[in-house]
Design a protein. Structure first.
Length: 376
């Protein structure tokens, strides 16, 4: 590779847009492809945890002014509830509807010099070559020094390029509810029995508008379960009012676990890398962090894409340690959710611990040790 590298980024979600932004700032020739008309909604909780907010500040992207959330309200399957703040050193979280959030990131990538092509579908990808189909049905091929696949958990390009399949998947569904009263500036997480070891969420995106959804770790109709929960549960009635109506529903798949993320000039980033947290189902901060890892690996490889691939594989493996621990926690959470929320409602130290470990990296069984310590 001589001169500025030519890099294709497929998918304009958080991973793709951040990768395009960072590489364009470093002088790469970046083409960002998105198959949907722009802007487009996505099945997402719209929540940005403190780790996401901090990463955006780290890379120099500023969101439009949003309400800041410093606490999470949690209910358990037996009706126990507690409220706890984020750890004092993490800052606050916020929410931003994905159409707006992704548009902000893409605008930053374009301002940095990336070329953006919406309504352009990548139909095949191998060895640095993409086959592209435009909105008019025309097809063409282009060759790049490196390709980043930010196609999410349902795309087939990574598998087509030779990367192994995902280990497992979670199902999610979300919609929006207009509420009769102002919502508090906090996340709400409801460990209702139909979803365990998953949960339902209520994330305010405006004073009287909430993103309401659920993630399901087992087989089941998550859309029907969510609608039943909204219609019949006391927790939903307290949060959303007595006549809540879910609109704009969208389902999605959260794919987790991939044995490899690089092959022959092709890098899987974001959800395509299988790095979302299996317990919290958070994926946005991981997606953006994987984009940082990819951009750094490519930027420091001095044109050696194979070396960049090895560096990226090594760096992104950090998510796997978190996910192994999160899986162990999830396996027990169907049993622990009731007792844990009941105890946390009486022990503020335990409540803070549960909030901290729900959304932040988990390592080497420390969560269990810290939990027992917090019970004393």
């Amino acid at each position: 590779m001589s001169g500025a590298p030519r890099v294709a980024v497929v998918g304009a979600g958080p991973a793709g847009a951040v990768a395009a932004y960072l590489l364009a700032r470093r002088g790469a020739q970046v083409a960002l492809f998105e198959k949907s008309p722009w802007p487009r909604p996505k099945a997402c909780g719209d929540g940005l945890t403190p780790s996401s907010v901090a990463l955006l500040a780290e890379i120099g992207i500023t969101l439009p002014s949003r309400a800041r959330f410093g606490a999470t309200y949690v209910t358990g399957p037996t009706g126990a509830a507690f409220r706890a703040p984020w750890p004092s050193d993490t800052g606050d979280g916020t929410t931003c509807e994905r159409a707006d959030f992704d548009a902000t990131l893409v605008a930053a990538a374009i301002a940095a010099g990336a070329r953006f092509f919406d309504r352009t579908e990548v139909t095949s990808c191998a060895s640095g070559e993409l086959t592209l189909r435009g909105a008019d049905g025309s097809s063409r091929s282009e060759t790049f020094d490196a390709i980043a696949l930010g196609e999410g958990g349902t795309g087939g390009l990574a598998a087509g390029a030779g990367l192994p399949p995902f280990a497992y998947r979670l199902g999610a569904y979300r919609g929006y509810v207009e509420t009769p009263a102002d919502l508090p500036d906090e996340y709400q997480v409801h460990y209702a029995r139909p979803f365990l070891p998953g949960y339902a969420w209520v994330f305010p995106v405006a004073k009287r508008r909430a993103n309401v959804g659920a993630v399901l770790a087992a087989r089941g109709d998550v859309r029907a379960l969510l609608r039943d929960w909204i219609a019949s549960s006391a927790e939903a009635r307290d949060a959303l009012g007595p006549h809540a109506r879910l609109t704009g529903g969208r389902g999605g798949v959260i794919a987790i676990g991939r044995a490899r993320r690089y092959i022959d000039r092709v890098f899987a980033i974001g959800d395509a890398a299988g790095i979302a947290d299996p317990l919290s189902a958070e994926g946005v901060s991981q997606a953006m962090r994987s984009a940082v890892m990819f951009a750094n690996a490519l930027g420091t490889s001095r044109g050696a894409v194979t070396r960049a691939g090895a560096t990226y594989e090594r760096d992104v493996r950090a998510f796997d340690a978190n996910n192994r621990e999160a899986l162990r926690m999830r396996a027990l959470f169907g049993l622990l959710a009731g007792p844990m929320t009941a105890l946390a409602a009486k022990r503020p130290r335990l409540a803070r611990h549960v909030i901290a470990t729900g959304y932040f990296p988990k390592r080497d069984a420390r969560w269990f040790v810290q939990t027992f310590a917090a019970l004393r």
